[in-house]
Design a binder for this molecule. Structure first.
Ligand code: PEP
Ligand code: MG
Length: 560
């Protein structure tokens, strides 16, 4: 047995067989006849994909089976193989020929004005990479190869991969890289998949055939756990399940802190998340992360597609749905926008900083939102606002959208326009921003990253990524004070809204709403409602003067 320590990214405890995703590509050795080799390899890969598709179909996984089947056809499609052969004819080596053909065919499909073909570009890439790995002798597997439930182990996972995980197969995952507030962790929480990230040495220790136990709260990872450790995991799992059951008594109940009502809303990113939020009876949606609609695919969604989704969201709730405009950039790139490479993407052109450059793309979202607002209570929130000018710029884009809709005779509704407080300058300037913003929502994931200057996706910096740090708390306090003085709503929608320690401190600061993953709604309701507000307010004063996040957590231990 080997014990490792990562950062808890999504609560839940599981022990199970590993499914290793290796990102190794390997190298193709010198071959006597590369043309014969590519033909043979494409046949072999086609056969593999046919088998995988059949296995998926047998398990009732219709959609993955169809995708694998389409990929099997692609593996023998002359479009790809002819391109490889033509490059070989020009004297290129086999590896470069496969990559060149892959990029050419995928780009060609992506550029076509046909949604179906554009989506196939992604499949071409997967198939070409699979052929490459086959020739190099690396048998790397991807999530779509899973046919039995297992704990996924990977050096790193992308946000898109995590978002498409099949919860019936992924019992949980452990990753060597990533931080607890990175988007991969955020998505795992929303799917209710136990996850540990930033697990140093993971890939060196785990091999195929191992069993692994993970605790998504403490970050504990045990490889081939002893019987004793399996019992410990089981006892922790039972405790966690008991806590969840106690919290379930709060389903749909309004809660107060002292005698002040606090709304507990949900964070969502997709249709299924909205269904989970409805099932959790959250007080509306406090953060609808729309960028995932823009990341998963080879082109942006159309205005009508967006309208249908936003409308469905507002119609699902009586309470307000807060939709965040696309926050592309940072750890969420959209390849088809062809943004230049940046040295520091988190400090680069991200969120609101993209909207002038991609004004028409932003118009499609603004119009869709304004149209959806006819059908319910919809608020719009802007990510990465650092200055008052950022917000003024967005107001202008919305004015343009309204003028155009009016001239076209298209009905639109009223929206509130708020800002995320996630850049330290926005928190420090909250008083000025509150004159122009209709509401605030603190994004503690980024506010912590930017305050502590610690990349939220870096596993090695996970110990800096704690919103309970007094420096972060003080910035939140400034924003809460400014909002209350101006009489606008302030919420917290970062992951710390679901952490009992910080959730209570935010409530004590005067925050009106906490927005959390649907699975955490009941737990947060119970935490807030059971607290003694006067005691927590006293603790807040001490927390703001503490030396470290650890000290704050110690202070709060008496009331959690
Ligand atoms: C945040 O930064 O806290 C936030 C809620 O936004 P995201 O995690 O999507 O960056
Ligand atoms: Mg953010």
């Amino acid at each position: 047995m080997k014990e490792l320590k990562g950062a808890g990214a999504s609560a839940g405890i599981v022990v199970g067989p590993v499914f290793i995703i290796s990102d190794e590509q390997g190298e193709i050795p010198e071959l006597e006849s590369p043309v014969d080799a590519i033909r043979q390899a494409s046949n072999d890969v086609r056969d593999q994909l046919v088998e995988l598709s059949a296995a998926a179909a047998e398990l009732g996984r219709t959609e993955p089976a169809e995708i694998l089947n389409a990929q099997s056809l692609m593996a023998e499609d002359p479009m790809l193989i002819d391109e490889v052969e033509s490059r070989l004819g020009d004297g290129m080596n086999l590896g470069d020929a496969i990559h060149g053909a892959r990029d050419q065919v995928a780009d060609m499909l992506a550029s076509m004005n046909d949604e179906y073909l554009a989506a196939r570009a992604h499949d071409v890439r997967e198939v070409a990479d699979r052929i490459f790995r086959h020739l190099s002798g690396v048998t790397a597997q991807g999530l779509s190869d899973m046919t039995t439930p297992a704990v996924v182990v990977a050096s790193a996972l992308t946000a898109a991969e995590t978002a498409t995980m099949d919860v019936d197969f992924v019992l949980g995952f452990a990753a060597a890289e990533g931080g607890p507030t990175g988007h991969v962790a955020v998505i795992a929480r929303s799917l209710g998949i136990p996850a540990v990230v930033g697990t140093v040495n993971l890939m060196e220790v785990v091999t195929a055939g191992d069993v692994v136990g993970i605790d998504g709260s403490s970050g504990r990872v045990a490889v081939n756990p002893s019987e004793q450790v399996v019992l410990e995991f089981e006892s922790d799992r039972l405790k966690y399940e008991a806590q969840k059951r106690a919290a379930a008594l709060y389903k749909g109940r309004p809660v107060t802190f002292g005698n002040r009502p606090i709304s507990i809303a949900a964070n969502v990113a997709s249709g299924p998340d909205i269904a989970s939020a409805v099932a959790a009876q959250s007080d509306g949606v406090g953060l609808y992360r729309t960028e995932f609609l823009f990341l998963d695919g080879d082109s942006a969604p159309t205005e009508d597609e967006q309208y249908a989704l936003y409308r469905a969201a507002v119609e699902a709730f009586e309470d307000t749905v807060v939709v965040r405009t696309f926050d592309i950039g940072g750890d969420k790139p959209a390849p088809y926008l062809e943004l230049p490479e940046e040295e520091n993407p988190f400090l680069g052109v991200r969120g609101v900083r993209l909207y002038d450059q991609f004004a028409e793309l932003f118009q499609s979202q603004a119009r869709a939102l304004l149209r959806a607002a006819v059908h319910g209570k919809l608020s719009v929130m802007i990510p990465m606002v650092g200055t008052v000018d950022d917000l003024t710029g967005v107001r202008h884009h919305f004015d343009v959208a309204r003028t155009r809709l009016a001239s076209e005779g298209v009905p639109y509704g009223d929206i509130k326009l708020g800002v995320m407080i996630e850049v330290p300058s926005a928190a420090l300037n909250a008083k000025q921003l509150a004159q122009t913003a209709d509401f605030f929502s603190i994004g503690t994931n980024d506010l912590t990253q930017y305050t502590m200057a610690a990349d939220r996706t870096a596993g090695t910096l996970a110990h800096y990524s704690d919103a309970a740090h007094p420096a972060v708390l003080r910035l939140c306090k400034i924003a809460a004070k400014a909002a209350n003085k101006r009489g606008i709503t302030i919420s917290v929608c970062g992951e710390s809204a679901a952490d009992p320690v910080t959730a209570l401190l935010f409530a004590a600061m005067g925050v009106h709403k906490l927005s959390v993953s649907p699975v955490a709604v009941d737990m947060v309701r119970s935490t807030i409602d059971n607290a003694d507000a006067d005691v927590v307010k006293d603790l807040l004063k001490r927390a703001l003067k503490a030396n470290s996040a650890g000290e704050v957590r110690q202070l709060m231990a008496s009331v959690i």
